[in-house]
Design a protein around this ligand. Structure first.
Ligand code: TXA
Ligand code: MG
Length: 344
């Protein structure tokens, strides 16, 4: 299959590209498109045959459900049973990087939800995503547009590298703003449980909902016999082919460790901007300034892909603090490292 590439400027959206891609989706095809979090691999959320194509293009296990993307929060009504708390969350955070798990309606096939009776709903804020969903006039089911197990794509080049020849089209809308996937929450009565941290932090959720819980699997490894709240929690994610090791210690000690590793090992380093002057410039990636978590989030998946390309035996990075957006960085890095942390 030849994959068509449409370059679209999100400030001046080329409507003809959107119409062409909406047509592909309506005809049961697959289109990768930019969102504010990461690129999604989209198909008609009411078409089970199209949903199956997503799983085979990604090599994704069929019990790992997809998020459906709607143009407006109230469009969720067509696909799911909403509640007051859904609309409170929607008013505060949608459109934006929040996904809410709701009980599904029959229109959503079991192939989309991995057989669950719930469905994950998200209303993205990216202008291209919104135009595409509106033009398609149906919810778009979309996981991240990467091969299963590799880091989520934050630019069209990542998508093309993973998916070229496997899908009908890619809309190239540049680099994603946030760079980490959406925050996923589950509603239980008046309580919200965070299943995956992302751009909407636990503190932000706490401003809307009194009872916010963070699922243990966000920070800890699942036990062998544990049934996860979200099927995606049980899969190893974002795994570079070299072992990633996270360093837990004082910043100055970590910088010294990095410098020694460069001398003594075939190591790649993911460091803060402030550390660059203390390190050799070989196999080094600047993730952003120490306190600039937004930049670190935006660059993380690119950094993992890039560091993997160095042919190093080992990759070292800082262990993030589990606060604010740091919790999302921690969650992605700890899984990419298969929970390998070195105390120094
Ligand atoms: O930012 C995002 O959320 C991106 C963009 C494209 O929207 N999408 C994304 O999709 O990250 P994906 O498929 O890579 O991750 C979706 C996660 C999986 O871990 C899945 O298990 C969980 O959402 N999920 C989906 N439906 C669920 C459900 N009904 N109950 C529990 N977890 C669910
Ligand atoms: Mg994914």
């Amino acid at each position: 299959m030849e994959t068509a590439i449409y370059k679209v400027d999100s400030e001046h959206i080329d409507k003809s590209a959107i119409v062409a891609c909406a047509k592909i989706i309506k005809n049961g095809g697959l289109v990768a498109f930019p969102t504010e979090t990461v690129y999604g691999l989209g198909a008609d959320a009411t078409d089970k045959t199209a949903a199956k194509k997503i799983y085979s293009a990604k090599g994704r296990p069929s019990d790992n459900p997809l998020i459906i993307h709607v143009a407006r929060p109230e469009d969720a009504e067509r696909y799911a049973y909403t509640c007051e708390l859904y609309y409170k969350l929607a008013e505060a955070f949608m459109p934006g990087p929040l996904t809410v798990i709701l009980k599904k309606k029959d229109i959503v096939p079991a192939e989309v939800t991995g057989g669950l009776d719930s469905v994950a709903v998200r209303c993205p804020s990216h202008a291209v995503a919104r135009e595409l969903i509106a033009a398609t006039d149906v919810a778009i089911a979309a996981p991240s547009a990467n091969i299963s197990g590799s880091p989520s794509p934050t630019c069209a080049e990542h998508v093309i590298g993973d998916m070229s020849g496997r899908i009908d089209a890619v809309i190239d809308g540049g680099v994603c703003d946030i760079g980490l996937e959406s925050t996923i929450v589950k509603i239980d009565g008046d309580k919200v449980t965070m299943l995956r941290p992302g751009g909407i932090t636990a503190d932000a959720l706490g401003c809307v909902c009194e009872h916010v819980e963070i699922a243990a699997a966000v920070t800890e490894a699942l036990k062998a016999d544990e049934r996860p709240l979200s099927p995606g929690m049980k899969y190893r994610h974002y795994a570079p082919s070299a072992q990633l090791v996270l360093l837990d210690g004082e910043d100055s000690d970590v910088t010294e460790f990095f410098a020694n590793a460069q001398k003594n090992e075939n190591a790649a380093i993911i460091c803060y901007s402030e550390e660059l002057p203390s390190l050799s410039s070989e196999k080094v990636i600047d993730i952003g300034a120490r306190d600039d978590l937004a930049t670190q989030a935006q660059r993380l998946f690119s950094a993992l892909r890039e560091s993997d390309g160095f042919g190093a035996d080992i990759i070292y990075a800082h262990l993030p603090r589990q606060e604010g957006l740091g919790l999302a960085l921690y969650n992605r890095l700890i899984r990419a490292a298969a929970h390998t942390v070195k105390k120094i």
